[in-house]
Design a protein around this ligand. Sequence first.
Ligand SMILES: NC(=O)c1ccc[n+]([C@@H]2O[C@H](COP(=O)([O-])OP(=O)(O)OC[C@H]3O[C@@H](n4cnc5c(N)ncnc54)[C@H](OP(=O)(O)O)[C@@H]3O)[C@@H](O)[C@H]2O)c1
Length: 345
Amino acid sequence: MSQTTPNLAALLPAARGKLVVEERAIPSPGPDEILVRNHAIALNPIDWKRVDFGIAVSSYPAVLGSDISGVVTEVGSGVTSFQPGDRVIGTASDMSTGNPDNAAYQTYTVLLASATAKLPDAVSFKDGAATVTAVSTGSLALFDVLDLPTPDSDTKPSPDTGILVWGAASATGAGTVQLARLAGLKVFATASPQHHARVRSLGATAVVDYRSPTAVDDLAAAAKKAGVKVIFAVDSISTKDTLPLVVDFLAKFDGPKKVAHLLQWPEGVAKPEDVEAAWVQGFRIWGQRRDLSVLVFNNLLSGWLENGDIVPGAVRVIDGGLDGLQTGLDVLRKGVSGEKLVVEL
Ligand SMILES: NC(=O)c1ccc[n+]([C@@H]2O[C@H](COP(=O)([O-])OP(=O)(O)OC[C@H]3O[C@@H](n4cnc5c(N)ncnc54)[C@H](OP(=O)(O)O)[C@@H]3O)[C@@H](O)[C@H]2O)c1
């Protein structure tokens, strides 16, 4: 199919370089892929880490980014569940494939159909793009690493089963809180006080300020008062400052525990024998856990967004479209609080 808009891309010319917008060929979808004309691109911390540390960059010039929303313009020969004109969101797989056609920072992106969800009309492109990594990472943390029953499963956790989400104001933390609630878990969380009301509205039973010296004791007391045993944790921050507190918190409950950490377990942080911990591997959503991707992106996410079961967080639009991505990376590198940075095309 011929496309009327050229494909402009924000190219990273070299390691630690600045993005430059140039035209590249409009990609074509393979049999199990779709081509999307992007309308919003959401930024993730991994994007600036790829610039600074060369993570998951196979060659230069590179195209970064994984979270998009837009309109399908072409579908691969084996795709039956999407058609041109569909509004969609999806997680772009270039960190797995090494193919810049599968990256987000451009006008057109080739997505795996399995990693794409229809976007309800009531949800804007910018809000849709802002939910993508939150949902994919939260799903991997809960249903891959922690191996908890998915929300559609007939198996439900017992009503007194709890989970700790450390850093619930982060994009991934907020997604994890909502998915954990949908999976029937009681959620206990940490966040800065200005985000407590929102984190509670997403489904947390109790939230404490992670900067409080009594955060761990206060949260454990809240769980015990609610009659909940917290034996699972997702640490959305996963630094040498947060993981010891996560471990301390879990130590207040009997029995074996499981922790999903979003960054590599930091050197020097003790891991108790009764704690099984594993690093969430984001790329598994495009490969080993394509089954989970199909379940969440193809089967569940659209309905969750339609019904308000998954609510996008605060979005800050960075002006300039593709030209704004460099500013976005610079802002994100300094850190954000409870908001997702997005550019609109
Ligand atoms: N392994 C994977 O597959 C995977 C996937 C996605 C992301 N990640 C990584 O996971 C991390 C989070 O990503 P993200 O996109 O969710 O980040 P984000 O939204 O940019 O995180 C910002 C939030 O972090 C919170 N925060 C900072 N320090 C904290 C602390 N000590 N305790 C609790 N909360 C703290 C802040 O909370 P307040 O506003 O409440 O202060 C802030 O709102 C990044 O390092 C990212 O690279 C890994």
